[in-house]
Design a protein around this ligand. Structure first.
Ligand SMILES: *Cc1c(COP(=O)(O)O)cnc(C)c1O
Length: 428
């Protein structure tokens, strides 16, 4: 038995679709998001899996079977996708940090990017098809997708990012030379990039060549993001409180899937920055789907005014939302928490993780007890200027980023015009 998927906007009598269709469509034809039509129970013995890869294999098999690839191929794919450590680090009594930033782009989006790249490639290989993935990005997602798809035989990637609107380090991560990846610096803003991507994805001549997207709402990214919750849960063997630094709410939704499949939790904390619509909504102080404009903050990967995965949580209903509490954290509190964490435990955390740690402190002040795990979503070295502001004289570094500094880059410029992207895709 494998899981089938249904649009969040579908009526009760709508048909379901299989994983492959949901994966390659990204968004359902009615504009909704694909949601599992039933969430499978955790495989027996998941706590005893012993390694992250073995846990991943068992849990993903309960959702996908072998995805039609054969058991050996599926196992090899899982092993290759998750070939980096996922350490659980104790910060204090009842307080852990789950480090999700040891993949190639040093942020948790590698879990989704690496699995999605490999499963798409394998399914395309089997079908004898090729595809170009078009991604408009303002930062982390693009580099995780590029890193996850590079070297795949049946998939090329076209990355679009807005000129002058990403940090120098982000630009380096987006343009470093990678087989099968072409990067374009667009003379416009992020919305222009997104508009261009949408236009070519809807263009019949381009579609005939085979194009798809890999944006953050793809179900292929959510399924692997359940795994690290289960990994922490298997090690601590108690119902845990998970604190999730949140923007688009994809990470949180994946954790809720794991809970609904049988992982014991004491709850989830959605830790947001000044983009606090979701915590407001949880408290009954904001209206569903009436989203405010985005505010810029230090934890910029969470600068999302309208969290796209809210539609999934909302569709799951109270069995999901009753598990979640919200916290909104200011810039000052974020900087203070970076400094305090370093002083108390000698650990440097990125601003997103600091929002999570501060959210947990607030919950504990309000009476929350029992073991809690904060997801560390990015490596502090990706946000060295924020660290320096919180802790003058302290430099966050990562060998991976230092190595990248000398690497060759390859990037072309494009005007903010869908026709220019169209000819790139049609003429090579
Ligand atoms: C994307 C991202 C987030 C937010 O995750 P969502 O799934 O969008 O809620 C948090 N921290 C970092 C470092 C990210 O890159």
């Amino acid at each position: 038995m494998t899981v089938s998927y249904r649009s969040t906007r579908a009526g009760a009598d709508s048909g379901d679709t299989d994983f492959s269709t949901a994966l390659f469509n990204g968004l359902a034809p009615d504009g909704g998001l694909y949601q599992p039509s039933a969430i499978p129970a955790l495989p027996e013995g998941w706590r005893q899996a012993g390694s992250f890869v073995e846990l991943a294999r068992q849990v993903l098999a309960s959702w996908l079977g072998d995805a039609g690839l054969g058991a050996d191929k599926f196992t090899a794919l899982v092993r290759e996708a998750f070939d980096f450590p996922v350490p659980l680090r104790q910060l204090g009594p009842d307080r852990w940090l789950l480090e999700l930033h040891h993949g190639p782009t040093l942020a948790f989006k590698d879990f989704g990017g690496r699995f999605m790249g490999r499963i798409m490639d394998a399914l395309l290989e089997q079908a004898g098809r090729r595809l170009t993935i078009v991604v408009a990005t303002s930062g982390d997602t693009g580099s995780a997708v590029a890193a996850g798809f590079t070297g795949r035989r049946n998939v090329d990637v076209v990355l679009l990012y807005p000129a002058g609107r990403v940090s120098p380090l982000q630009e380096l991560q987006l343009t470093v030379e990678r087989p099968g990846v072409r990067s374009f610096r667009v003379d416009g803003d992020f919305d222009d990039c997104q508009r261009m991507a949408k236009a070519v994805l809807a263009d019949p001549a381009v579609r005939e060549r085979g194009v798809s997207s890999a944006n953050s709402i793809n179900i292929g990214r959510l399924l692997p993001q359940q795994l690290y919750y289960l990994w922490a849960s298997a090690q601590l063997d108690e119902p845990l409180r998970f604190v999730v630094p949140s923007g688009n709410l994809g990470n949180l939704t994946a954790g809720v899937y794991a809970a609904l499949s049988g992982m014991p939790v004491s709850g989830f904390v959605a830790a947001h920055n000044a983009n606090s619509w979701f915590p407001d909504w949880l408290r009954g102080e904001a209206e569903a789907f009436r989203f405010p404009a985005t505010v810029q903050t230090l934890s910029n990967a969470m600068d999302v005014g309208a969290p796209s995965n809210f539609e999934r949580l909302y569709a799951l209903g109270e069995r999901a939302t009753d598990l979640i509490r919200g916290q909104a954290v200011t810039e000052e509190a974020t900087l203070r928490r970076i400094a305090q964490t370093h002083e108390e435990s000698g650990v440097l955390v990125c601003p997103h993780t600091a929002v999570g740690l501060e959210g947990l402190a607030r919950e504990q002040e309000a009476g929350a007890t029992g073991p809690s795990v904060v997801l560390a979503t990015a490596h502090p070295a990706k946000f060295a200027e924020v660290i320096e502001r919180a802790l003058p004289g302290v430099r966050a570094t990562a060998a991976e980023l230092d190595r990248m500094q000398g690497s060759p880059v390859r990037v072309s410029s494009l005007p903010a015009d869908p026709a220019a992207l169209r000819s790139v895709l049609l003429d090579g």
